[in-house]
Design a protein around this ligand. Structure first.
Ligand code: SAH
Length: 687
């Protein structure tokens, strides 16, 4: 069996569909999965176990047999908890075949094969009856089907079906209930992830302001959840306008309805301000008493209780369709709407009846296209005025009134900046219909349609006529491309630059003139957990899962770096940052690979969990932009990272797997950039 996998090609900037063996897909899925993170989530595991024990005892006390249904059993963990809590029998349902196979092995290894039946099906396909998958309906329903938004992984339709067909009326459910909490806030930082702010440009002839198109300002955006580690956002980055209130809850022991619906709460603002954002999280109560509670509440909600770090459940940021001024003490209504899989919010000042009319039941759809082109970090990046000022300063050093300027980047503001800074002519190449459409709207809103020419063509297909037979004297890029996943994928700029070589004048200025790949060895505060083996989880041997993850990580022999936004994942530097490879954009991409090897000394004590890699762009002499490290702040080596970019993380499995490893003194590396594929391969050794 073959399957097709979509992957961006860094040499063409385009998505390509590659034929891969069937197991490629699932190895990717397991290697990058959250199973390890879940197994390390002590708070979750302990509370599930308590809830399951309590449910089994309640059923037993009634004199009934305890028949458990665990939907989405994964490693089989919750079913094993039920079996060891005294359940008479467990049906453990798992749709993902490699996981179902792993569950069979893990259940066997732990000696529960006679108590647990693993069923490799989607729960909606499970049959009940003498010849069915389950002999009879269950009286205890155990699941862990939640994502950060609670319902995004299809918990509601799964529960709805289970109550109709798989469990008895009045069954016990673990968790018993989920509750969603909200807090209304004003936050310039987060609002900048969803709207383009006016951009100020100091031009020769006075200040110019780039304004967003009105369509963009009124656009409801996209419904995809914005899930972040809210615990990494300092309280100075937002102002609470309301208390934390309960938005809605779902009782899992009763029939659940998945059909679209809405919920409404009254809020009394505790402060006047601009209502922009709804912060949200949930908790699950494992038993009816509400005493066993697993919460995702961020640090300011229960300041005295310890926070459990986890990455499989975080917190949500919802953007209101538009910002709304609210006054302290003057009540407003907050409406949450949901379909089967997602949630969205709106705010009304009006009374309930009027509120009913406002806002449809359809989930939000981006009308301005910008939310399709720019993801949330990209909006944040474009709104970063300090960053824009760097580009302005750099552009001034290369532009003059004779400049014929070409911009290569997706949906960038650089062409507009170049025009305001006095370039004679400005062209921009846009790779996709969506980026063309966004650029057209932006130019129109700023009356620049006839000043900047948008070319929708691939760089290698450009002809002299596209440039009115002129040679390009200034080539600019941020560079930024929406298909990039890892930091070096934006080196597509170099390939595009190579493809347009014949259109460049002999004295062309290229901005950035060069880039460099930087690397540093770090110790993570928590992120290491997602790739670290678990061994024993709450007394159950889950090593089979650890081995499976390891196999999948090694599937391609050479391990790969993975993208993570490190502002959300604190770490400390153990080595000095080091430049490892340089890329000269003034010259075309060379034929041969660029390779390097060397070693870095470890300056601080700590666990070398991995290497972090990022790009720095040299815009002009002494003007550089880092997409990674911004600062190492103190003696301890605490790092500050660019908040708009993901960095590449290469985990050292030898460190993650060993309990006690004597502190290495240095790390050697070999890193090579394959100019044919645009990919970077790397290998590290701890000395
Ligand atoms: N119960 C395990 C794993 C939870 S992850 C634990 O708590 O550690 C959720 C698992 O549910 C995934 O493996 C996913 O493949 C599976 N799943 C989700 N919905 C399902 C459904 N309706 N039927 C069967 N499996 C499902």
């Amino acid at each position: 069996m073959k399957t097709f996998c979509g992957r961006a090609n860094p040499t063409t900037g385009a998505m390509e569909w590659l034929e891969e063996a069937e197991d490629y897909d699932y190895h990717q899925e397991i290697a990058r999965s959250r199973y390890a993170d879940m197994l390390h989530d002590k708070d979750r595991n302990v509370k599930y176990y308590q809830g399951i024990r309590a449910a089994v005892s309640r059923v037993k006390e009634r004199g009934d047999k305890a028949i458990v249904l665990d939907i989405g059993t994964g490693t089989g963990l919750l079913a094993m908890m039920a079996a060891s809590a005294g359940a008479d029998f467990c049906y453990a349902v798992e749709v993902f075949r490699p996981m179902a196979n792993a569950a069979v092995k893990i259940v066997e290894k732990n000696g529960f094969s006679d108590k647990i039946k693993v069923i490799n099906k989607h729960s909606t396909e499970v049959t009940v009856g003498p010849d069915g998958d389950m002999e009879c309906r269950a009286n205890i329903l155990v699941t862990e089907l939640f994502d950060t938004e609670l319902i995004g992984e299809g918990a509601l339709p799964t529960y709805e079906h289970a109550h109709k067909y798989l469990v008895q009326e009045g069954c016990e459910a673990v968790p018993h209930r989920a509750t969603v909490y909200v807090q209304l806030v004003e936050s310039k930082r987060m609002w900048a992830w969803n709207k383009l702010f006016p951009i100020h440009v100091e031009a020769e002839d006075g200040e110019k302001i780039i304004v967003p198109p009105s369509e963009m300002e009124n656009c409801p955006g996209v419904p995809s959840v914005c899930d972040i580690q809210l615990n990494q956002v300092p309280s100075s980055d937002f102002t609470a306008l309301s208390d934390v209130v309960t938005m809605f809850s779902v009782d899992f022991s009763k029939p659940v309805q998945s059909a679209s619906t809405s919920y409404r709460v009254q809020l009394e603002p505790v402060r006047s301000g601009k209502a922009q954002i709804v912060l949200s999280w949930w908790d699950i109560g494992m038993d009816p008493s509400g005493m066993i509670n697993c919460t995702m509440a961020p640090y300011w909600v229960n300041p005295t209780s310890a926070l459990q770090w986890r990455d499989h459940w975080m917190q949500c940021v919802y953007f209101l369709p538009r910002e709304e001024r609210v006054l302290r003490g003057e009540r407003v209504q907050l409406t949450a709407r949901r379909d089967e899989y997602c949630l969205w919010y709106s705010l009304q000042r009006a009374r309930a009846e009027e509120a009913e009319a406002a806002g449809g039941v359809e989930s939000p759809v981006c009308r301005c296209h910008a939310h399709l082109l720019w993801n949330r970090p990209r909006f944040g990046q474009l709104n970063d005025q300090a960053r824009t000022r760097q580009y302005i300063r750099a552009l001034r050093t290369v532009l003059n009134t004779d400049s014929v300027c070409l911009c290569i980047s997706d949906g960038s503001l650089l062409p507009v900046l170049a025009h305001y800074l006095g370039a004679k002519q400005v062209f921009t190449v846009e790779n996709s219909g969506v980026s063309c459409s966004v650029m057209e709207k932006l130019l129109k809103a700023n009356h620049l349609e006839d000043k900047i020419k948008i070319i929708e063509a691939r760089p290698e297909l450009l002809k002299p006529s596209h440039f009115e037979d002129k040679k390009i004297s200034v080539l600019v890029g941020e560079p930024f491309f929406s298909t990039s996943l890892l930091p070096w994928h934006n080196l597509y700029f170099w390939y595009a630059r190579t493809a347009v070589s014949r259109h460049l004048s002999s004295s062309v200025s290229v901005l950035p003139q060069s880039a460099a790949l930087h690397m540093m060895i770090v110790e993570f505060q928590d992120l290491w957990r997602i790739r670290s083996p678990c061994g024993i989880c709450e007394g159950f041997d889950v090593q089979t899962m650890d081995d499976m993850i390891k196999d999948s990580l090694n599937f391609r022999e050479s391990k790969e770096a993975e993208p993570h936004p490190l502002w959300e994942y604190p770490c400390k530097s153990l080595s000095a940052p080091q430049e490892v490879l340089a890329f000269d954009f003034r010259e075309p991409v060379p034929q041969q690979c660029l390779s390097t090897e060397g070693s870095v000394d470890l300056l601080r004590k700590g666990k070398s969990h991995g290497a972090v890699l990022w790009m720095e762009y040299h815009l002009a002499a002494d003007i550089s932009i880092s997409t990674g490290l911004m600062q190492i702040s103190d003696e301890k080596g605490t790092c500050a990272w660019n908040p708009h970019c993901k960095q590449a993380v290469y985990f050292f499995s030898s460190v993650l797997e060993s309990e006690a490893l004597s502190d290495p003194a240095a790390v050697t590396y070999t890193i090579s950039f394959d100019t044919k594929t645009g990919e970077i391969a790397m290998d590290f050794k701890l000395l």
